[in-house]
Ligand binder design. Structure first.
Ligand code: CP3
Length: 370
């Protein structure tokens, strides 16, 4: 139960950002320390999509089953969450779930198709579709997710990251009906009927907030808000159509005292706004060097990233060089959570990721403030 490997003492949930626990003689997990910009014994590392098709043990357990069915099975979802933690020795676990789980559970006709992603039978296109929404009650609609979190809280000795899709990104799936390159239908609704767009994203903000609060109550010790596709927006569009709902989620979590990570892809021009939405940590993709990201977000938020996931397909010498260059970008300052700039690609060799973890732990140690 929440036992830290250093000394076997227990750390209670809900520890506030200014309570390092150092006085109690308990070593704060490096991941949590880094999220709050505090010195840590090493640079912590985890990988977005660390559970998934790159792991043979994942493929063996998942076989042909639907991902939403796997998520509805707490024992299986907990095991899929634990697999990469055991194999890689990462500093955090990410809950095995998906950003569309709440809207699927609410009966909005959402499914996840292997190799394609979320699809929606009848996309949201007009004000009339708002009538299909209803309040989301995590304990009733997704008891299996909370059960998975509870199992993991008892098993893990690294923090569990709970997550939700940000309102813009989830709305884009509901409106497009599936993955999109242009987000044309989404932008059409945003610009031609801003009231409906606002009502939709506000309802999705309430959903994400309730879901994340329930995950923390069940034992998640950090949360990540995935606004994966926010990079499709200009800064002005982002401020008008995505930021208010993201802020509602992040600020609504402030009293819980757990780190809030805010991530998107292609968001170089949005980083300052994403930080201002109420994030303790801003996720950065590989397009923006972390030193540049640091200037954009200012001193306070920690940064998470940002090795290009495709680099992990290169020979180890290349991967090693690129990892070192990511580490060097922040000059060893506290407040760096090493990660990829987006999810692990399915064709990645797990041994490369294991070596990345070792390298970050070994070489990130010096400058991490310890
Ligand atoms: O290891 C982890 O990161 C935990 C699990 C996780 C999944 N989805 C499982 C999953 C997480 C954090 C997500 C979040 C998610 N889901 C995001 C945000 C992260 C990102 O990539 O930007 C998004 C956009 C989705 C929507 C989604 N679900 C997509 C685009 C896909 C990929 C489709 C495919 O098959 O390539 C999914 C399906 C999905 N979710 C898979 C996994 C492991 C792959 C399908 C499977 O294994 O059956």
């Amino acid at each position: 139960m929440r036992t830290l490997d250093a000394g076997g003492e227990t750390l209670e949930p809900g520890r506030g950002p200014h309570d390092s626990g150092a006085g109690a003689g308990v070593e704060e997990p490096p991941f949590l320390a880094a999220c709050f910009g505090r010195p840590a014994s090493r640079v912590p590392v985890w990988f977005m999509r660390q559970a998934g098709r790159s792991l043979p043990e994942y493929r063996a357990l998942r076989r042909d089953g639907a991902i939403l069915d796997a998520i509805r099975n707490p024992e299986l979802a907990a095991e899929l969450t634990l697999q990469p933690v055991r194999r890689y020795g990462v500093d955090a676990a990410i809950l095995f779930s998906d950003i569309v789980v709440p809207v699927a559970a609410m009966g909005l006709g959402v499914d996840v198709v292997a190799g394609r992603g979320p699809v929606v039978a009848e996309p949201f296109r007009s004000e009339a579709d708002l009538g299909r929404l209803r309040p989301f009650a995590p304990e009733i609609d997704t008891p299996y997710v909370l059960e998975t979190v509870r199992i993991l809280a008892g098993e893990l000795d690294v923090p569990l990251i709970g997550f939700a899709g940000a309102p813009f990104t989830v709305a884009s799936y509901l409106v497009e009906g599936g993955p999109s390159r242009t987000f044309a239908a989404t932008k059409r609704l945003m610009t031609s009927d801003p009231e409906t767009w606002h009502a939709l994203t506000d309802a999705l903000a309430e959903t994400a907030l309730a879901f994340l609060r329930a995950q923390v109550a069940a034992g998640a010790r950090a949360v990540q808000l995935f606004d994966s596709w926010a990079g499709a927006l200009s800064p002005a569009q982002y401020r008008a159509a995505a930021l208010p709902a993201a802020r509602k989620v992040l600020e609504g979590l402030a009293d819980l005292g757990v780190p809030r990570i805010h991530f998107g892809v292609g968001t170089g021009e949005l980083l300052a706004d994403m930080a201002a939405a109420g994030a303790d940590v801003v996720g950065v993709d590989w397009r923006v060097p972390l030193s540049v990201a640091r200037r954009r977000v200012g001193e306070r938020p920690a940064l998470q990233g940002n090795l290009d996931p495709a680099i992990c397909l290169a020979p180890w010498e290349v991967v090693q060089r690129e990892c070192r260059s990511v580490l060097a970008e922040l000059g060893g300052e506290p407040g760096h959570v090493f990660n990829l700039g987006h999810g692990v690609l399915p064709e990645t060799d797990p041994d490369i990721l294991a070596r990345v973890v070792d390298l970050v732990h070994e070489e990130g140690r010096r400058g991490s403030g310890a």
